[in-house]
Design a binder for this molecule. Sequence first.
Ligand SMILES: [Zn+2]
Ligand SMILES: [Zn+2]
Length: 304
Amino acid sequence: MKVTLGGTGSPLPDAARAGPMTLVEAGPDADADAAAGGQGAPAGTASTGNPTRLMFDAGRGAVMRLAAAGLFPVQLDAVLLTHLHSDHICALNDVITTHWVMTLDPQHRLPIYGPRRTTEMVDGLMAMLAPDVEFRLAHHRDLEWAPQHDVVEVAPGDTFSLGDAAVTVGRTSHAPVEPSVGYRVACGGASVVIAGDGVPCDELDELCAGADAYVQTVLRPELVRAMPSKRLQDILEYHSSVADAAQTAARAGVRTLVLTHYLPQMAPGAEQEWRDIAAEHFDGEVVVGDDLTSFTLPRLASGP
Ligand SMILES: [Zn+2]
Ligand SMILES: [Zn+2]
């Protein structure tokens, strides 16, 4: 299984970091396929020898970062959303449109998983895209179908398979965002939890128990407090600090803690500082990466 941090930014604009997106490629050939440029069978097919490619959240620049990882939206097997905050979904329309215009098969659908109200959100996106869909259908003779996708609203406790990956949905705590969820992906004896945003809670500990890797969005409270914006102080209530994430990782007995969605924007060269804070609470490996940092599970090896 290969995990790529597609975007390590947050809602705060950052020239160097795209918005939240994590790519999981699950299957025996995930690494070999990535090395070959990600060319494989159509998405939605299982056990073809190609990895199952899952995009978690679709923040700012998600399609650009996906392309940099060697993939196009049409090669995704599914998009899975942790919650409906704008920074996690603002490129979903780009994923939907690009998936649509790059496929030659009307049966090639894009599954979109997300918490309650995902249908409402995607319906709204499609209303926004209606003029564009009309223009392209009028222009391309061979394009006779509108974007094809299936929205599946998930709830904590749900389990399902996507190709080679077994997915478990768990509750996260990100009030007043309700519901918000995290996903545990297991494949070939390896597992990773994509926790999204939120503060520590028992359900998150449960979802993470014994996982090989735990990807958590984090903030540094002392740096946020030093910022002049009063409104920004509100985010202290509903995000895990680096220490919180490290303590969750320690309680759950995960092997590797992966930090992302750095709040506020990480200063250049400050990675070790963030890593050191986590290391005060967690003995395992701590990954603090830029966009496109990748690693394989269960054996960790930093990618290019
Ligand atoms: Zn959020
Ligand atoms: Zn966020």
